[in-house]
Design a protein around this ligand. Structure first.
Ligand SMILES: CC(C)(COP(=O)(O)OP(=O)(O)OC[C@H]1O[C@@H](n2cnc3c(N)ncnc32)[C@H](O)[C@@H]1OP(=O)(O)O)[C@@H](O)C(=O)NCCC(=O)NCCS
Length: 154
């Protein structure tokens, strides 16, 4: 565990030159990781949000979200294993909520593996609530997805 407070981490837009470092964290974190192309798409899509968090030079977290009409979708939130439980994911999610609220998004959605207790608790703490379960949504291993929603405005 690295002893640093959230104030010592810096959040910036993800750039194409960040993708290889992001990918190594992605590969270490998921059984079905995103490809470099998927990250590149998020960097260039006009309504996407793609941010990295650094400790010094090192990328220790990232978040991707997008927007379709007045709905936002959190697509990926990942924190380096040595930097977890320091509020970084919650901080990145709060940042995206603020950004998309400012663009008149009415609701945010996301999906998460039903066994992913850490992510489920973190999203609940960030204000999301479960709306349904999508059976066998994930592969490797096959697993249900919990669909979560945060209502921003009516
Ligand atoms: C899920 C993940 C992003 C959480 O990142 P994090 O920076 O450690 O989360 P935070 O420190 O912001 O946690 C916020 C709250 O979420 C809950 N939480 C986070 N990790 C938890 C865990 N392992 N067990 C139980 N609750 C947890 C806690 O309520 C925590 O608040 P607290 O520390 O004050 O108790 C991180 O574990 C991760 O990168 N996992 C692998 C990738 C992944 O599964 N991403 C989500 C895909 S949907």
């Amino acid at each position: 565990m690295v002893e640093k407070s959230i104030a010592e981490f810096v959040m910036n837009d993800m750039r194409p030159e960040d993708v290889s470092e992001v990918l190594s964290l992605e590969l270490a974190s998921y059984t079905t990781p995103w490809s470099g192309t998927l990250f590149m798409n998020e960097i260039y899509k006009p309504l996407s949000v793609a941010k990295v968090v650094r400790s010094g030079e090192k990328i220790v977290g990232y978040i991707c979200a997008d927007q379709v009409l007045d709905e936002g979708h959190i697509l990926n939130v990942t924190v380096h294993p040595e930097y977890r439980r320091r509020g970084m994911a919650a901080h990145m999610v709060a940042h995206v909520i603020g950004l998309l609220s400012g663009r008149a998004c009415k609701a945010l959605f996301l999906e998460v593996r039903i066994s992913n207790e850490a992510a489920l608790r973190m999203y609940e703490k960030s204000g999301f609530g479960m709306i349904t379960v999508r059976k066998r949504y994930y592969t490797a291993p096959d697993e249900d997805a919990v669909i979560m929603k945060l209502q921003l405005s009516l």
